[in-house]
Structure formats: structure tokens, C-alpha cells
Design a protein around this ligand. Sequence first.
Ligand SMILES: [Zn+2]
Length: 104
Amino acid sequence: MPRNPEAIETVRRRLLRWLDEDEYDFEALRDALDLGVRDLERHLRHVEKTLRGRGSKLRVTAPHCRDCGFGFPGRTAKHLHPPGRCPRCRGERIDPPRFRATAR
Ligand SMILES: [Zn+2]
């Protein structure tokens, strides 16, 4: 994780540019930016504020269990990273949350 302010700014600019153009899931962003879970979550919350400030928003699509279809209601208000396992079926095949910048 880069510690200097310019590098942090670059990460957030890249996130904003990518999310303006397409939808990406948490793991794809983490791979592309080479960040840890907590760091990416922090950047995404910041990007969320930036988007709100310019009249748009970060659309967050909740994670989804591929085994039983559980949709993790309410989770993304608290957590943007993917859950480790499904509380309903205990499955671990979970589609991670997805993100996109959209008009309000
Ligand atoms: Zn499940």
C-alpha cells in the first residue's frame, strides 16, 4: 500500500475513472490496484463521498451466494468487502459486491 499522499490520490482517481465507465467487483478492483481488503474498502468509502459531492453516487450491488441465492440484505451499508461464507447455507462460493458510479 503506497503511503504518500500523491499515490493515494492516484488510486482514488483511477477508481473514479474506472467506475465512471463500467461496473467492477471488489476482487477485480483489488487485483488491479494491488491493495489489501481494508485499504480498498477505505478508498471506496472515500470515492463514495466524492461522488456524492459531485451529484452522482456509488451504486453498490450486494454480494450473492451462488449456492443458495442469499443476497446479504443490509450488509453493504456496513461492509463493502466480500463475506467469507454464507450465513444461510455455509457455502463459500459468493459473488463479491460490485460497484459503479451512476447518476443519482
Ligand atoms: Zn448460501
